[in-house]
Design a protein around this ligand. Structure first.
Ligand SMILES: C[S@@+](CC[C@H](N)C(=O)[O-])C[C@H]1O[C@@H](n2cnc3c(N)ncnc32)[C@H](O)[C@@H]1O
Ligand code: SF4
Length: 451
């Protein structure tokens, strides 16, 4: 059997396999976690510890057809201002419940398009964050920036608020592809945004690009990657385009007859991957690349790469608090997700209630499996000694779990006394191998979150 048919047999081209930004994955959350539990977990954060904050801003000026993010279009600033007021109220509620001396490890604003907030709002929201949770030693503040939706005034507001990392959406530079996916953004606009960001001393810049888009060919993705390389981002996220119109209705605008086949997707990824590696980037997990000087590359080498809802991270804080509609928080005790709809979230906060609607309380078994999956997704290996040291599992049971995976994946996984290892040619199967440790997904019943 050639490599491609082996990969097909083992499920490589099954779009429903999760990306494991959490374990259990969000579709397995239940209503067992609500606002009272969330408040209790916030109050249990030890005084003087370090936490991270994610703030979701679910608005964009226009909606790109390809996008599966939770966001809504608005031509006016009014809903954005009203929403920012809700974030301010939510921050106040957080502050009231936090123990003294808690400091910030990472602050990330995502969306949607957080830069839709006018400059005065950017300043007010950032100031309120620092009032609730002051920045700790080596803290990072990053924002997702749409190059079509940024100017000097908003960049100045971000820089004055302590921005030191940024992420821009590129997707693809090819004009025909941009038209078909409903996202037009010239190279000049992107280069202008990069210059604006760099001019303010932001040293760590990430760019998102996609493979698997309609009309993409190896020649076209090579050209896009080379254009991106000319801007020398510190990190790149090379995501596979997830075509999930049943979840993101705007994707019905995208014609399916020019989508690459699964085999072509694999080739597109490989083509882009080789170019990044040749340009000196380190490969980070399944879909990221980073210059060796970047924090992600350093975390990988130090064995400290982690996975959270934003993807790969070098953040070591034990708590991530998600603010805003649909955001998910992670505590040592479990996950808590806010109301997905902006209106429901707003209503709850205005009534001085957290908007938590779903979540999950960890069992010891969850924590074990979460680490096994994270190790596979980050390092392509599970270190048996680390697992036996950190969890109450017998060597025999761990060996049994490895054997069950080996029985499905054969030579695509190597088992030894040191643990489990995924050799290079089997890396496209990483998510599938991770899934073999997922006790909730073994039924293969649910649709996973696709991006
Ligand atoms: C919130 S958006 C980026 C921020 C900003 N609004 C922008 O457009 O530049 C986050 C990223 O998710 C990725 N994304 C969105 N929809 C996707 C899909 N259907 N499949 C894969 N990745 C997707 C894109 O790469 C996008 O840059
Ligand atoms: S890609 Fe960015 S700008 Fe486009 S709809 Fe998604 S979040 Fe909004």
């Amino acid at each position: 059997m050639n490599q491609e048919s082996q990969l097909t047999r083992l499920g490589l081209f099954d779009a429903r396999v999760p990306r494991y930004t959490s374990y259990p994955t969000a579709p397995h959350f239940s209503d067992s976690v609500g606002p009272a539990q969330f408040a209790e977990w916030i109050e249990a954060i030890p005084a003087g510890s370090s936490i991270s904050l994610y703030m979701h801003v679910p608005f964009c000026r226009t909606l790109c057809w390809f996008c599966a993010c939770r966001t809504q279009g608005t031509q006016s600033d009014d809903p954005v201002r009203a929403y920012a007021e809700v974030l301010l109220a939510e921050l106040k509620m957080l502050k009231e419940r936090l123990a003294p001396g808690v400091t910030l490890s990472r602050l990330h604003w995502g969306g949607g398009t957080p830069t839709l907030m006018p400059p005065d709002m950017i300043r007010r929201v950032a100031a309120a964050v620092y009032e609730a949770v002051p920045m700790g030693e080596g803290a990072e503040f990053s924002v997702e920036i749409d190059p079509n939706e940024i100017d000097d005034a908003r960049m100045d507001a971000l820089a004055e608020s302590g921005l030191n990392r940024a992420s821009i959406g590129v997707q693809d530079f090819d004009p025909e592809i941009q038209k078909v996916i409903g996202r037009e953004q010239s190279y000049e606009v992107t280069a202008g945004a990069v210059a604006m960001i760099r001019a303010r001393g932001v040293t760590s810049l990430n760019a998102d690009i996609l493979y698997g888009l309609p009309h993409q060919t190896e020649a076209r993705i090579s050209e896009s990657v080379n254009k991106l390389l000319s801007l020398r981002p510190d990190r790149v996220a090379l995501y596979g385009y997830a075509h999930v119109p049943w979840m993101a209705r705007r994707q019905v605008m995208i014609p399916t007859d020019h989508l690459p086949t699964p085999q072509e997707r694999l080739q597109l990824f490989e083509t882009a991957r080789r170019l990044f590696v040749a340009a000196g980037y380190d490969e980070i997990g399944i879909d990221h690349f980073a210059l060796p000087t970047d924090g992600l590359a350093r975390a990988l080498k130090a064995g400290q790469l982690k996975r959270n809802f934003q993807g790969y991270t070098d953040d070591q804080a034990p708590v991530l608090v998600g603010l805003g509609a649909s955001s998910i928080s992670r505590f040592p005790q479990g996950f808590a997700q806010n109301a997905p709809a902006t209106s429901a979230h707003t209503q709850a906060i205005r009534a001085a209630r957290f908007s938590t609607v779903r979540g999950h309380v960890f069992t010891p078994e969850d924590l074990l499996r979460a680490r096994l999956i994270e190790a596979i997704m980050c390092d392509f290996r599970i270190d048996a000694e680390e697992i036996l040291r950190s969890f109450s599992i017998t060597p025999a049971r761990l060996a049994e779990m490895f054997a069950a995976t080996k029985a499905v994946f054969g030579e695509m996984v190597e088992i030894s006394p040191a643990g489990l290892f995924i050799p290079e040619p089997a890396r496209p199967l990483t998510r599938m191998i991770a899934r073999s440790f997922d006790a909730y997904d073994l039924s293969k019943s649910g649709h996973s979150s696709a991006i």
